[in-house]
Ligand binder design. Structure first.
Ligand code: ADP
Length: 399
């Protein structure tokens, strides 16, 4: 709210300056244009009148026997001789002397525009027209601006307040997400730090009391390994979510890679008496081997973690048209329908306390999703509570 008000205020100040500058410049521009129109009218009138001048016994007169031309209405006409002595005059707003060029002149409080041209017999024709119309137009324009400016400023203020919501909304959401993320990271680190610290302190006491309790060392090591894993996951997540970071893309056989990862995990599966099967033929993809191996590892480790002893896990790799599909199914605890879309969010766990105890930080699937999407693929799952889950990863096949 505060930021929105600041933006609105900034726009108000900025637009006030801009609109005032616009008002001044446009008023100036209007004044120059009106003056040019007046000067043009004066010149047209002079061109017409110069042909109407006659000499009557050496005295210049104007043949104005008919109705004066439209442009002459309100105009003052003077004829000066070569000695600048006034010899003829028509109208009442007349400067007393001969003016050269175009100029504004004040006669009895009334402003006129004046010009003179040289005509036949060394005479000068001087014309003056009132500035009333021009001044009226300028005053009307000024009044219009005085009405328009406050309305425009109120509109700018309201619209900037309204639109700043659009701009700031996503930024505020990102900041909120970042704050939540930092809180989650803090939570995740707090437990292993406490475990490592308390065990190290206990070991110090053991040293003093000349005791050796290896389980303390093991507990501290486990806590440090957990922190190490979390930090690695965070780095990988940051890397895979940053589109500017390039992965090392190479053509590899997805089936062979899956097979070798399964081999590395066979022991852990047999320790839980979980039957692990694999089926798949060569399927080439263009990926970063390390990153995509992490995808398979994470899904396989989840299957191991969330499948009770004696269950089974199956991995399949098949090429379907232009894509390669990896499926990892388990007969594990399953994920409730309403939470299935959330498991790919950072730090999300279906059962907070149990999953935390089992060692996962809730980052594995978000890393899977980021890496797969970065490689132009998608990931989804099917799961039935109590029956098991199947995770699918689809990535484009190498052309
Ligand atoms: P974690 O490191 O906690 O396993 P993940 O992001 O990999 O984090 O998974 C998020 C959550 O999704 C897990 O905490 C777990 O509750 C659930 N989950 C993931 N894989 C499975 C699975 N195969 N079976 C049941 N639940 C799963």
């Amino acid at each position: 709210m505060k930021s929105r008000l600041s933006i609105a205020l900034f726009f108000l100040v900025f637009s006030t300056g801009l609109l005032c500058a616009f008002a001044l410049i446009s008023q100036q521009f209007l004044s120059v244009s009106l003056t040019e129109m007046q000067d043009k009218r004066l010149l047209e009138l002079a061109a017409y009148l110069r042909t109407e001048i006659e000499l009557d016994h050496g005295r210049p007169v104007l043949r104005l026997d008919e109705e004066p031309a439209a442009g002459m209405r309100g105009a003052t006409i003077q004829i000066f001789d070569q000695h600048e002595i006034l010899r003829f005059e028509y109208g009442h707003l007349s400067p007393r002397s001969l003016q050269t060029g175009f100029s504004d002149y004040n006669i009895s409080g009334q402003s006129v525009r004046v010009t003179s041209i040289s005509v036949k017999d060394h005479l000068w024709l001087q014309l003056a027209i009132p500035n009333d119309e021009k001044l009226r137009a300028l005053v009307a324009y000024g009044n219009m601006l005085r009405l328009f400016l406050p309305v425009a400023l109120i509109l700018v203020c309201l619209s900037s307040f309204y639109f700043s919501g659009f701009v700031l909304g996503p930024i505020e959401r990102s900041l909120q997400e970042l704050r939540g993320f930092l809180v989650d990271v803090g939570h995740e680190l707090r437990t292993p730090i406490t475990i490592a610290l308390s065990n190290v302190q206990a070991m110090q006491m053991d040293l003093i009391e000349n005791r050796i309790e290896p389980q303390r060392l093991e507990a501290a090591e486990r806590a440090i390994l957990r922190m190490n894993r979390l930090v690695e996951d965070l780095f990988l997540l940051a890397r895979s979510e940053n589109a500017t970071v390039t992965f090392r893309v190479e053509t590899l056989d997805f089936a062979a890679l899956s097979r070798s990862i399964i081999n590395q995990h066979e022991e852990a599966f047999s320790a839980k008496r979980i039957a692990l099967t694999f089926s798949g033929a060569q399927a080439l993809v263009k990926c970063d081997a390390e990153a995509i191996a992490r995808v398979i590892e994470n899904l396989l480790e989840n299957a191991l973690r969330y499948t009770p002893d004696g269950g089974s896990v199956g991995v399949t790799v098949e090429q379907k048209g232009n894509t390669v599909l990896l499926g990892i199914s388990d007969t594990g605890i399953g994920i409730p329908k309403e939470l299935q879309s959330k498991v790919f969010e950072r730090f999300f766990r279906v059962e907070e306390s149990r999953d935390r105890h089992s060692g996962g930080a809730g980052l594995g699937l978000s890393i899977v999703k980021s890496i797969v999407e970065l490689n132009g693929g998608r990931v989804w799952l099917e799961s039935d509570i109590g029956k098991g889950s199947k995770f699918y990863v689809e990535i484009p096949a190498a052309a």
